[in-house]
Write a protein that binds this ligand. Sequence first.
Ligand code: IMP
Ligand code: MG
Length: 184
Amino acid sequence: MYSRNLNDYIDRVLITKEQISEEVARLGRQISKDYEGKDLMLVGVLKGGSVFMSDLIRTITIPLELDFISVSSYGASTKSSGVVRLIKDVDKAVAGKDVLIVEDIVDTGLTLSYIKKMFKNRNPESVKICTAFDKPSRRKVDIVPEYKGLEIPDEYVVGYGLDYDGLLRNIPDLCVLKREIYEK
Ligand code: IMP
Ligand code: MG
């Protein structure tokens, strides 16, 4: 059974929804400028990237196409397995498009390096990465997102699309998960 309150899972708020919203607006302005006159195709990574995606597109002021992919994630663990499996692909061809991958967080970087490679093999005009959050201290592969919101320390975070065992994506702020939850 789930706990009754979202607060039972949370140690503390790390980044408020107001701070997130400012960052998203900044990224949206930058993307609108950089991609003017290009065939922008945003590819969200389900499910974590969906909350960020829905906020981000409404701050972008140029035409864009929207699509989603789904890859295997952590499951009930808080550690990356390093194994990435494509579960759902985009619906339309990406050849000639300027692809911008929209992700919730870059941690080890294994997921995004796999995704980026996959899209680069499909003859796009360009492939770049836009992430809401970044944990650079945990990187295992050399991947630098071209667009990023906020850097965070090495803590397991939930909310704003990020989950623990499928839960907590609906919390509007970015929060640190209570240790006792994943150590039990
Ligand atoms: P990476 O392959 O290690 O970069 O991890 C990528 C994926 O792991 C992200 O897209 C998230 O879905 C998940 N992830 C990484 N860190 C966290 C976290 O702190 N909370 C929730 N999910 C996370
Ligand atoms: Mg993810």
